[in-house]
Every structure is written in structure tokens, then in C-alpha cells.
Design a protein. Structure first.
Length: 100
């Protein structure tokens, strides 16, 4: 599945209090993707708004949850609701497509 990727979005300390209910399934999906030769991409939300209390860059809340398996260094941040607006992610998607 070289032309496929698993994208994990916003699984960060501030996103939910109940992520422990799903983390085992997320990790299973990551293992499945790696075993299938897929790229694994992680997206983090960074809230740059003045006075923000969540997803503040450099805080524990903005970090990916510690129980999640990190299978690649393809970790991208977004500051808007659409991760595809970020140039580094667009560039990586194009690079992945060229490896097919």
C-alpha cells in the first residue's frame, strides 16, 4: 500500500478527556499501516489566538498523547481547522505521491 497513508489528526492532550477509550484502536491502526508499508502522518493543532488556553504551542496540552505510537517523524502542525493549508504537509503529500 505504498500509495496510501494513515493520518492521525489532533490526538493531543487538550483534545479530549476520554481518548483512553480509543487509543488502543488507534495504535492497532498504526501497527496495521506500518505492517502494510503505509506512511503514517500525525497532525497537531496549535492555537495561536491571543489568550488561548488550549493547544498552546510549547505546552503539555498541545503535545500528542503519550500513549499513542509514533511510527514516523512526519508530524505536522496546523493553526487553522484545515491541515491541508499547511505548506509542509502539502509538500510531504507530493513527495509521498512521487514514491509510488
Amino acid at each position: 500500500m505504498k500509495n496510501s497513508a494513515l493520518v492521525v489528526i489532533d490526538l493531543q492532550n487538550d483534545i479530549t478527556k476520554n481518548y483512553m477509550e480509543i487509543i488502543a484502536r488507534v495504535n492497532q491502526a498504526i501497527d496495521w499501516a506500518v505492517a502494510g508499508g503505509m506512511h503514517v502522518v500525525y497532525i497537531q493543532n496549535h492555537n495561536l489566538s491571543a489568550g488561548t488556553r488550549t493547544f498552546k504551542p510549547g505546552t503539555h496540552g498541545a503535545e500528542l498523547v503519550p500513549e499513542m505510537k509514533i511510527a514516523s517523524d512526519h508530524i505536522f502542525t496546523k493553526t487553522k481547522s484545515n491541515a491541508l493549508t499547511r505548506r509542509p504537509l502539502k509538500k510531504s503529500v507530493k513527495e509521498f505521491a512521487n514514491t509510488i
